[in-house]
Structures are given as C-alpha cells and as structure tokens.
Design a protein around this ligand. Structure first.
Ligand code: FAD
Length: 371
C-alpha cells in the first residue's frame, strides 16, 4: 500500500495508540493542543478494565484487548498493565436485581454472591438491603500512564513525530490531502487527517468542513476521600447496577464517582460541588466508611456517539478524513484492539477478522460516516 503522510489531531490514548500502529508503515505527525499529552479524558479516568461494561461492540473490543494487554505487559521494562481488582455489582431494587440477574446469566466471568460473600470481599459494604450481588474477578486496574507512554514512545520510535502546544485551528483541502494550520500559525501538510480529538471531535470535524458525528461530551466526577481508618487495598471496585455510585480503594483512601453524565461543552471541566456532595452521601449510605472530607476531586469528559460505540473509519464523502472518536467511558480498556482495528480500517477499509467486523459492525461504519 502507499505510504501516506498522516496528521493525527489529539494526543490522548486514542491518538497515540492509533498513531503507534500507523507509524509502522506511514509518516505520522501527531498534533496535541496542550503543552503535554494525556491531560484531558485519558489522564482523568478511573483506570478500570471491565469486560462486561458498555454496549456489545465495546465489550467485544475490551475482551479482545486482554491478550494484547498481557503481551505488552511482558515487554522488557514494562510494568504489569493490568492489576487484579475484581468488580462487585450490587442491586438494591427489583428492576436492578432483574438487570443484574440477566447480566450474570449472560456473562460467564460473573457469578452471583450471597450478602455474606459480598461482605467478605468488602467488609465496609452494608449488605442488609442488597437484593443481589454479582462478582466479576476479571475486572482489573489499568496502568493508564504506562499504556499511554508506551504508545507515545513507539510512535516516536517508529519514526513518527509528536508536537505539543499545537492546536489545530484551520485546514485547507488541497487537490490531494490537507494543509493544516495551528493556532500559533505553524503549518503542516498531510495526505490524511485523523480526527482523534476526543470531546473536541465534532469541532475538529467542523474545521475539516464535515458535519461531525453528533458527539456528546458528558462530565464525570471522581472524588478521593480518606476515611478515619485506611481501607484495604484488596477490596474490589463496588458499584450499584444503576451506576449511581462506585468506589474502590486508592492508596489507603477511597476513589469514588456518582456516575454523573451531565452533557457539557468540550473543555477543561471541573467537578460540580453538588456531584461531589452527592457521591459522599451515596457511598456513606451503603457503607460504614463515614467519609467526610475530600482529599482531591476532578472531572473529565466521556464523549459518546449516539449509539455509544466508537466511530472509526474514513469518511465515504471525504476519504482524506479518518475519524477515531466516540471512545466514551471505555477508551482505555479497549484501546489495544481498537487501535489495531482502526489501523486496519485505515489501510484496507475493512476488517479481515469477521467476528471483530461483526462485533464493531465495521460494515456499518462507512455508512455512519457518510453524510
Ligand atoms: C472520570 C472518568 C473515568 C473514566 N474511567 C474509565 C475507565 O475506568 N476505563 C476506561 O477504559 N475508560 C475510562 N474513561 C474514558 C476514557 O478516559 C476515555 O474514553 C479516553 O481517555 C478517551 O481518549 P481520547 O484520546 O479520545 O480523548 P482525550 O484523552 O481527551 O484526548 C483528546 C485530545 O485531543 C486534543 N485536542 C482537542 N482538540 C484539538 C485540536 N484542535 N488540536 C490539537 N489537539 C486537540 C485534546 O487536547 C486532548 O488531549 C473515563 C473517563 C473519565 C472522564
């Protein structure tokens, strides 16, 4: 195939992972608006790997990423990218119990637990009012920084270039490819522009004269609070099935989220004090932790396409524009497979693995991208 000059916009996990794959046989230049990489969604995640989380395409991409996480973890000087955590899901009302029962039936990795078994895993959980618990031992913590750094390093090692402080501000369509200009007036030319701008995906599409994908950036809040006594590091992540709260141990403290999804504009979002108060209240209601003070809190954007599956592929009406957006709340856990699938779609327009193609509905993607 022809070696193309590829301009990737966005240096989060999406941009660096796809860039690393494409740098094997293309000339890659990655433009990141911020002065360092990974400061937006990628640097703000809860760092969880959950094979049962998200819509079917996401679950398939996550499940398939497990082997690649293991392969990368075995590389010299690489820490274990996935560490044991376990996931304990709880249901507190009849609809929740029905949903959790269906989940347990559908997911071989998950087993139903009694309240006593759940208490043994997380002694701080008040189980008196729990109707059903399900445990997934395959839930892990991800070393997000190590994964992101690996992809950025291999992108460079394979001959690619990463430019920070380079916010794409304008594009001109040439007879072949693009001339792009950053906010500070620097310019580059490339054959294909890859939109990996996360929450800014529709903005970047707009700069390329495209209608975008109806992306919806949703704010999610994370709070870290230290209880009176340090919590055991071996607790699983505990969540209610309706995702109105979850918590897990974090260096003797508790990391938690109210599962918020407020639709906001792309930007450097901050936590809403109401969401912070809400998660303390909710976690205190279901545990004996008696959390009172906030050690730190942050918020980040989980950006969804309307069907909550990633948008990956060249635009049918504009083959010099490739989208790699809509990673939602799962962009780290599915990154290894999504980057390889994205690179294959970039090179060939199809996915040879029929099961993967069916799982991420690759045949639907060109239509989805054809405005
Ligand atoms: C609180 C929270 C918890 C989460 N928990 C998990 C989890 O447990 N597991 C999981 O897998 N996922 C989780 N996620 C989701 C995950 O973090 C995202 O799906 C993923 O980081 C998205 O990566 P990205 O590269 O698309 O976006 P980003 O990391 O936001 O990167 C996009 C980049 O594009 C840059 N950019 C934008 N516009 C321009 C421009 N014009 N020019 C140049 N650069 C530009 C931005 O500066 C940014 O750096 C969570 C997210 C949040 C917020």
């Amino acid at each position: 195939m022809t070696r193309e000059r590829v301009i990737i916009v966005g240096g989060g996990i999406a941009g660096v992972s796809l860039g690393s794959e494409l740098a094997l046989d293309h000339d890659v230049i990655l433009l990141e608006a911020e002065s360092s990489l990974g400061v937006h969604s990628t640097g703000r995640s809860a760092a969880l790997f959950m094979t049962g989380y998200g819509p079917a395409p996401v679950r398939e991409l996550t499940r398939r990423s497990e082997a690649e996480f293991a392969r990368l973890s075995a590389l010299p000087d690489m820490p274990a990218l996935l560490a044991p955590r376990g996931g304990l899901l709880t249901a507190w009302d009849e609809p929740g119990a029905a949903a959790l029962e269906a989940m347990i039936a559908a997911q071989p990795a998950m087993t139903a637990l009694t309240a006593e078994q759940a208490s043994a895993l997380c002694p701080a959980l008040r189980t008196d009012d729990v109707l059903l618990c399900g445990y997934d031992p395959s839930t892990r913590d991800i070393d997000v920084h190590a994964l992101h750094s690996y992809y950025a390093a291999t992108l460079r090692h394979r001959g690619g270039e990463i430019v920070t402080g380079a916010r794409l501000a304008a594009t001109t369509r040439l007879a072949s490819g693009w001339d792009v200009e950053t906010a500070d007036g620097r310019r580059w030319q490339g054959d294909v522009l890859v939109n990996a701008a996360g929450a800014w995906g529709d903005e970047v599409a707009g700069l390329c004269g495209d209608a975008g994908h109806g992306l919806s950036p949703r704010r999610r809040t994370v709070v870290i609070s230290r209880p009176a006594r340090p919590v055991a590091g071996a607790w699983p992540v505990v969540a209610d099935i309706a995702e109105t709260w979850y918590f897990k141990p974090e260096g003797g403290a508790v990391l938690m989220s109210p599962g918020d999804e407020s639709e906001v504009l792309p930007g450097d979002v901050k936590p809403d004090p109401l969401d912070v108060a809400l998660v303390l209240e909710r976690v205190n209601a279901v545990t004996t932790l008696q959390l009172r003070s906030v050690r730190t809190s942050w918020a980040g954007l989980r950006t969804f396409a309307p069907d909550r599956a990633p948008v990956v592929g060249r635009h049918a009406g504009e083959p010099a524009l490739f989208s790699f957006v809509g990673q939602g709340g799962y962009g780290v856990q599915m990154a290894p497979t999504l980057a390889k699938a994205g690179a294959e779609l970039f090179r060939t327009g199809t996915l040879a693995d029929r099961a993967l193609a069916a799982a991420i509905a690759a045949d639907r993607l060109p239509a989805k991208l054809d405005h």
